[in-house]
Write a protein that binds this ligand. Sequence first.
Ligand code: PGA
Length: 259
Amino acid sequence: MRVIECSSQDQAAELVAAEILAALRQKPGLVLGLATGSTPIGVYQRLIAAKRAGAADFSRVRTFNLDEYIGLPADHPQSYRHFMRAQLFDGIGLPRHHVHFPPTDGNDLPGACRAYEQAIKSAGGIDVQLLGIGSNGHIGFNEPTSSLASRTRVKTLTDKTLADNARFYGKGEAQPQLATTMGVGTILEARRILLQSFGTKKAEAIRQAVEGPVSSFWPASALQLHPDVTFFLDADSASLLTMREYYRRVRKNEIELGG
Ligand code: PGA
């Protein structure tokens, strides 16, 4: 695992965007796993800027989103399909048929979830998976006690997640309690994982993910089993790490070696 404590959220976004753009140069048909929430927005802005500057071509990129709420139509302002169109897809001109979301309706959701897994496989698997982390350690909507071998399925959101996201809903507006999410097992199959985390609210989740035991109680701790995962943290999110000084020294050496 690489743990990079960044000087700011902007620097983290800069580093992550640079990694994605480098991967895209190497493989124009890159398969990206994408996240929603406030954390990845800086990365998406930089990808759009690269496209506008003519420095990146996304026409062959295919995307698979981590999760989507059940019960919100695609054009609802809080749906992740709407979020992704507004924050990224329209800005990089991604062909519509290259975009994939976990299924949220129909009379055979389990079958549709299996088809989502199959679609990821048929695309050749996810090359780069972007992740955030919940204050309860969730990745995607894999809430605490999610099986570390789980696949795409419907999950009930915890009170903690509902409370964290309540700010996006107006008074009296119904907030979805269910979501379809890639499983922890699905996420672990991505070739490379880039996780960003900002703020003190996430510090305990980051400590558990990086330095705690592997446990379904902190689903992000499963990332310890992945061979190519990088945590991009701001100082607040890194604040509870016991080996913080060590990670800084590793990073310094990495930079000196040209990384
Ligand atoms: P956030 O959500 O980026 O809005 O903090 C992250 C998550 O819950 O995975």
